[in-house]
Design a protein around this ligand. Structure first.
Ligand code: PLP
Length: 360
């Protein structure tokens, strides 16, 4: 078995134990004589899979009873439209734009109502999180929107914005289950699972029940109504069945690691190994304001594009995959999600030290 250290931003590394278990169950899932891929989503076996997945997620995140958990499709990007279509009762929303994903969500919402960009960090290439303690929140805003961890730029909200009582909607795609969260602070928490939880094709939406209504924008497709999915327990149509099964295994793996408190400590230690090196390196440097650094996505540069390219190439040859930065920013980015072992980060830093010695 030749596994590489995979620093991809997404789809991304998954726990080896989960992949092995799925492999063992591939031909015959628990005596059913079939793969989960081949199974009716209405079967008893599958009902157990999705019910347990939801229960484990609720336990991990301590999700209160007045929130629904939905397993949907269409990726995080589909939510950029689904959120305004379902939540814009006054047709007004406030957006905090801290990166490409927040910007795309903002642009999509603008199709459906009046959207206000109440803060942005675009002036410095999204390398920081703006002060959100006293923003001009619109009186009639249906919600305030953030992207909590900016996958491309490597910034993270360490404190949630003061929404002055308005509903907070958060895209947590790239920090999902990386640390404990207080669900009650949000109206909607959602994310595509392919960054930190499972295979592409599933998006999880955690939504407070009072926000799920029939009062949606005119012509909202049936498939894009939260109420339809909530009333049908994510089974209005065929759900992304195999993907949900893998997510369920990752939830169990996380519980075995000690839950979100424990994974946070692990993530902080891992990230510190890389950030501490970046802070002392004479060749590499981080691109994000220190207090806003993400634990999940770590962008860095040498300051010389040719040297960056050489690094990415030599790193790949040494078994460190997908370190090239996003096409919009260049440089390098190491995504070090939950399933990236500490050893992967330690080895990467060793390799960076060696590269520095050879190229300085
Ligand atoms: C990857 C990503 C998206 C887009 O996800 P898709 O599932 O490809 O639509 C949106 N938001 C964030 C924060 C992401 O990291």
């Amino acid at each position: 078995m030749a596994r590489v250290y995979n620093f991809s931003a997404g789809p991304a590394v998954l726990p080896v134990e989960v992949l092995q278990e799925a492999a063992e169950e591939m031909m015959d899932y628990q005596g059913t004589g079939m793969s989960v891929m081949e199974m009716s989503h209405r079967s008893k076996a599958y009902e157990n899979i999705i019910t347990e997945a939801e229960a484990d997620l609720r336990e991990l995140m301590n999700i209160p009873d007045n929130y629904k958990v939905l397993f949907l499709q269409g990726g995080a990007s589909q939510q950029f439209a689904m959120i305004p279509m379902n939540l814009m009762k006054n047709k007004v929303a406030d957006y905090i734009v801290t990166g490409q994903w927040a910007k795309k969500a903002y642009q999509e919402a603008a199709k459906y109502g009046k959207v206000n960009k109440i803060a942005s960090s675009e002036d410095k290439t999204f390398s920081y999180i703006p002060d959100c303690s006293d923003l001009p929140i619109s009186e009639d805003a249906d919600y305030v929107y953030i992207c909590e961890n900016n996958t491309i730029y490597g910034t993270k909200f360490k404190e949630l914005p003061n929404t002055k009582g308005k509903t907070l909607v958060s895209d947590v795609s790239s920090c999902f289950l990386s640390e404990p969260v207080d669900v009650t602070k949000y109206g909607v928490i959602y994310g595509g699972v392919q960054k930190n939880i499972g295979p592409a094709g599933v998006v999880i939406v955690i939504i407070r029940e009072d926000l799920i209504t029939e009062d949606v924008l005119e012509h909202t497709p049936t498939m894009l109504q939260y109420k339809i999915h909530a009333d049908n327990e994510s089974m209005y149509n065929t759900p992304p069945a195999y993907g949900i099964y893998i997510c369920g295994k990752v939830f169990k793996w996380l519980k075995k690691q000690g839950g979100l408190e424990a994974i946070k400590v692990h993530n902080e230690e891992k990230a510190a190994i890389l950030y501490n090196f970046l802070d002392e390196s004479k060749l590499f440097k981080g691109t994000v304001r220190k207090e806003d650094r993400s634990l999940m996505n770590v962008p860095f540069i040498t300051g010389d594009e040719e040297l960056d390219a050489k690094f990415v190439k030599e790193a790949k040859a040494a078994g460190f995959e997908n370190l090239k930065g996003h096409r919009s920013v260049g440089g390098m980015r190491a995504s070090i999600y939950n399933a990236m072992p500490r050893e992967g980060v330690e080895k990467l830093v060793e390799f960076m030290k060696k590269f520095e010695a050879e190229n300085l």
